[in-house]
Design a protein around this ligand. Structure first.
Ligand code: NAD
Ligand code: UFG
Length: 339
């Protein structure tokens, strides 16, 4: 019988792509989502891609009673995506962020302890490296100074997970530190659907390409980098999704806490990404340079040896695939909105 995996926040951007990879690898996927940042029609899209409709629970990951009800149905492992993710919003509404990002985790661990489910994969972020560590960022570096509540909620979560594995040596917890997830499923059926104007680079570029936004502001061209713009590690969301399948396989066989980077291991500058988008899709992006954005660091990219070695994982998609799939999804969304 296939192993049952619960995905909290499984209808969101990374969760939905991970659902596809898990189903295609033979797992039985159950999703819990409160739709605070996703749409229920993603379920139909998952069915279109995989021919399987995952079991869906509409509800909040802070609802311990509901979590227990789901986990009791022989769930072997949980991937915990549910949470808020905007750095900007976290500075404006810290309590909302700490409430959602920390209380979901605490209620989930409590429910897992009560039902005997001991395998957890958590969505952490490269943000835990803070602003002082120098790239390539390696898992054994100290967690750095985070400048916002979102980042601190990820750091605190990793600390809580370490404590849990000390108190219960049979518990397995893996914090996957994502770098910059971008792209969309090659079918164009699922991808990132930003609410309102996006803060992140890639959805903004594709929004300019489709005419939703007039001009891309490039925040700063005076950084100490090869072309003056910031450097980031962009990782295709389908590669990221495959990393979760490998992490689940690992968690099911091992105990204890591990933090693992999921990135491409390469840095691209903001200007290089814009140029790659233009040449891959044969579209001109209207852009201008503006002031640096507060809180940005010049360079961030991953060392991915640990993921290579212990998960046997590495990225398959390159920057052209990312640009093609991002644009493909943007066009499909545009068609959807006109129906
Ligand atoms: P997303 O917003 O697309 O997905 C999160 C999902 O969780 C949404 O479907 C939302 O409706 C749901 N959700 C939120 N709070 C919930 C709650 N209390 N109960 C039930 N469902 C809830 O975000 P994403 O990009 O898929 O990110 C997933 C995780 O990865 C988040 O924890 C995020 O912090 C982390 N992460 C994301 C990025 C990124 O750039 N996308 C980078 C690093 C880490
Ligand atoms: N950028 C622009 N114009 C835009 C948007 C972004 O020039 O309209 C630039 C930013 O200044 C930055 C780069 O593009 O230099 C990437 O910015 P993103 O907002 O796409 O990504 P970040 O690296 O700032 O943030 C990501 C995740 C956060 C996470 C952070 C640190 O979105 O969740 O990495 O790991 F906290």
């Amino acid at each position: 019988m296939s192993k049952k995996i619960l995905l909290t926040g499984g209808l969101g951007y990374i969760g939905s792509h991970t659902a596809v990879s898990l189903i295609e690898s033979g797992y039985d996927v159950v999703i819990l989502d409160n739709l605070s940042n996703s749409r229920k029609d993603v379920l139909e899209k998952l069915k279109k891609i995989t021919k399987v409709m995952p079991k869906f629970y509409f509800g909040d990951a802070r609802d311990e009673g509901l979590l227990i009800e789901i986990l009791k149905q022989n769930v072997e492992a949980v991937i915990h995506f549910a949470g808020y993710k905007s750095v900007y919003d976290s500075i404006k509404s810290p309590i909302e962020y700490y409430d959602n990002n920390l209380n979901c985790l605490i209620r989930l661990i409590d429910a897992m302890n009560k039902t005997g489910c001991r395998n957890l994969v958590f969505s952490s972020s490269a943000t835990v490296y803070g602003i002082e560590n120098i790239s390539p960022l390696i898992e054994n570096m100290n967690m750095g100074t985070c400048t916002n509540p979102y980042g601190r909620s990820k750091q605190m979560t990793e600390e809580i997970l370490k404590d849990i594995t000390v108190s219960n040596p049979e518990f397995s917890a893996i914090a996957l530190r994502y770098f910059n997830p971008v792209g969309a499923h090659p079918s164009g059926l699922i991808g990132e659907i930003p609410r309102g104007v996006p803060n992140n680079l890639m959805p903004y570029i594709s929004g300019v390409a489709s005419g939703k936004y007039e001009v891309l502001n490039i925040y700063g061209n005076d950084y100490d980098t090869r072309d003056g713009t910031c450097i980031r590690d962009f990782i295709h969301v389908c590669d990221l999704a495959d990393g979760h399948v490998k992490a689940i396989e690992y968690a099911l066989k091992n105990n204890g806490f591990d933090a693992i980077n999921l990135g491409s291991g390469n840095g691209y500058s903001v200007l290089e990404i814009v140029k790659a988008f233009e040449s891959t899709n044969n579209i001109k992006i209207n852009k201008k340079f503006s002031e640096r954005r507060a809180g940005d660091i010049a360079i961030s990219y991953a060392d991915i040896k640990k993921a290579n070695q212990i998960l046997n994982w590495g990225p398959r998609y390159g920057i052209e695939d990312i640009c093609r799939d991002t644009w493909n999804f943007e066009k499909m969304m545009f068609q959807d909105e006109r129906v």
